[in-house]
Structures are given as structure tokens and as C-alpha cells.
Design a protein around this ligand. Sequence first.
Ligand SMILES: Cc1cc2nc3c(=O)[nH]c(=O)nc-3n(C[C@H](O)[C@H](O)[C@H](O)COP(=O)(O)O)c2cc1C
Length: 362
Amino acid sequence: MSALFGLGQALLLAFDPERAHDLTLKTLELGLYPRAEGADDQRLKQTLFGLEFPNPVGMAPGFDKNARVPRQLLEMGFGFVEVGTLTPRAQSGNPAPRVFRSHADRAVINRLGFNNEGQAAALQRLKERPRGIVGVNLGANRDSTDRIADYVEGVARMAPVADYFTINISSPNTPGLRDLQAPRKLGELLAKVQEARKGLGASAPPLLVKLAPDLADADLPEVVRVIEEGGADGVVISNTTLARDGLKNQAFARETGGLSGRPLFDRATRTLARVYRLTGGRLPLIGVGGIDSPGTAFAKIEAGASLVQLYTGMVFEGPGLIGGIKRFLSVAMDDDKCNSLQPLIGARADEWAEKTLPEVVV
Ligand SMILES: Cc1cc2nc3c(=O)[nH]c(=O)nc-3n(C[C@H](O)[C@H](O)[C@H](O)COP(=O)(O)O)c2cc1C
């Protein structure tokens, strides 16, 4: 079976990236995917912001923007799935081509621009709730005149089907969206979203904020302070980067958009470690960006992540990566003689936080 999926993976990589992605979703819808082998190691379980995660490996948003296959992804062994980004109204995104792969760099650049069928369509699909944790990633429409109102609308509409929300203010592909990371705007956004959550009573899903890896070091403490004061339950670090340093494929490097995959790993992990230090471990963090092996997933945990997510690594490595990461984490817990991931989380945050990288000029 796994050889068959290996072949499928090789074929998919020969297609145009967006076409390959569409084929992958269709394959999942048809039920042609590898199921996780056996139950998860009990030591991988964690209760975070009121949710019980069976394992810490999640599917990052952007893969299943319209909530077509969360059940299938959970059955493949992911401990949670984040769907979206969903905007209140459907929108087509930027003109194609808008997704680019570089095999030499094990990386993707995308400038999709929140193409999605809108929240109402996803809401309908998610009413048949799969067994497992499904987070909903929320965004704002490109032509919206009040972007904060779009997030508020998303929270109110999607609450019945969301196990948690992620406020995505870090996509580089919607002009001006990242301005919402500025402390004053972010404070206003969180206050309004929290008001909407209050209206939902005790059943309000927890709220996470997803940051860019390109925030300047000097701005990070204030951003984190506002997130904590705004009552967020967790932080996701990170979205794609505008940086292009170290890429081998120069034609690829010139494409506009957000870079993901291996070249993002150091930048995203360093920012994660910095946020971990700033929050003193008080808030659960999701580490994303450049995980393409069990070792890189483990490094995110040691840098401060309680949970990890991946996308681009799945494109190049295929679904075997999910089980590989879980097995590696079990061995790491054996080696450290611990019966949960807890002692490993943030164990090397200082080292990661001090890493020197060129600052991104945006
Ligand atoms: C094609 C593509 C589309 C994406 N779309 C979204 C999105 O809609 N919302 C979002 O929050 N992140 C999106 N992302 C970012 C991923 O969730 C993730 O943060 C980033 O790719 C880094 O992880 P990776 O290196 O494992 O891919 C997208 C990434 C890719 C490659």
C-alpha cells in the first residue's frame, strides 16, 4: 500500500502544483488514502485550551480551505485539522499561476490570496462533524471595507462547527492584512472578537492568533503582550515568509508570494522560540513552518511548541511523514524517560531564540 502511495506522490509532483492539489483532494474524497496504523501512543495525548489532542501533529490550514476532507485527514493519523482560511464571502483569489514548487529548495511559494468558497459552504459541510478536532481558520475578504468586522462575522457564523478558531492576520497575499498585526489594530481586533465570543456563552471555541515569521524582533514583545492581554488561548507561529535568503532556484525566488517549506524552518522556529520565551510557557503554541522530517517536528517542540502543523513537507514527503513523526516522538520520550511531551516542550527555546538570521525588510 505504501509503495502505491509513493508512486502517487511522485506522479503528483509532476503536475502543476494547483492541479496536483486538486487531484489530492479528489483522491481523499474518493477514499483512496492510507489509514493510520493502530492507536496513538497515550503519551502523545495533551489537553490544551480545553481540547483533548490525541497526538500533536496537525494539518496546517491552506490544504483543506473549504473543509472538504477533515474526516479523511484525521483518519490518516493527524491529531487535528485546521480548515480555511475562510472568508465571509466566497472569493476567487489571485490570477493563476499562483503556486510554485522548487524541488531543489524543498519549498513552495504561493500567492493564492484566500481563494475559498466562503464560510456558508464550509459551515454546511462541517455540520456533519468528523470525530476529532477541527479548527477553523478565519480571514477577511480582500474587498472588505471593515476587515475586523469580517473576523467577528466569522466567529459568530462558524462557532457551531469549530473546535477552535485561528485568526489569520499574517497572510502576505491579501494587501494590508498584516497591518492587523500592529499592536493597536490587533488590540482592537481581539477586543471585538472577544465580544462576539462572549455572546456565545460557555460554548465559545478557544481563540488562537496566527503570526508571520517576518515580524521585527523589536516589535515582537508588544505584539505578544497585546495577544495575552486580549485573552487569546494560543499562538500559531508561523505563516509563510516574504524572505528569500538561501534559495537555490533563482527564478523561483523571484515569484511574489509567501515562501513555505524547508527554507522557512529556521526563521519560523526562531520566532516560535522567541514567543515561547516572551509568554514564559503560559500560552500553548503551535509550531509551523518547514517541518519535513521527524527531527524537524521534534525541534519545533524543543523550541516551544505544544503542537505542530505541516503542509509543504506533506507535498514532498507524502503521508508517511505523519506516522514517522509520532514514532520519533515516542522514542524521544523513551530516551528522556518521560511519560508526556511536557518536559520536552521549550527545552531548547533559548538556543533557538538566539539564532542569528537576516531581518526581513517588508
Ligand atoms: C499553498 C498554500 C496555501 C496556504 N494557505 C493558507 C491559508 O489559507 N491560511 C493560512 O493560515 N495559512 C496558509 N498557508 C500557510 C500554512 O498553513 C503554513 O503556515 C506555512 O505553509 C508553513 O508551513 P509549511 O512549511 O509546513 O508549509 C498556506 C500554505 C501553502 C503552501
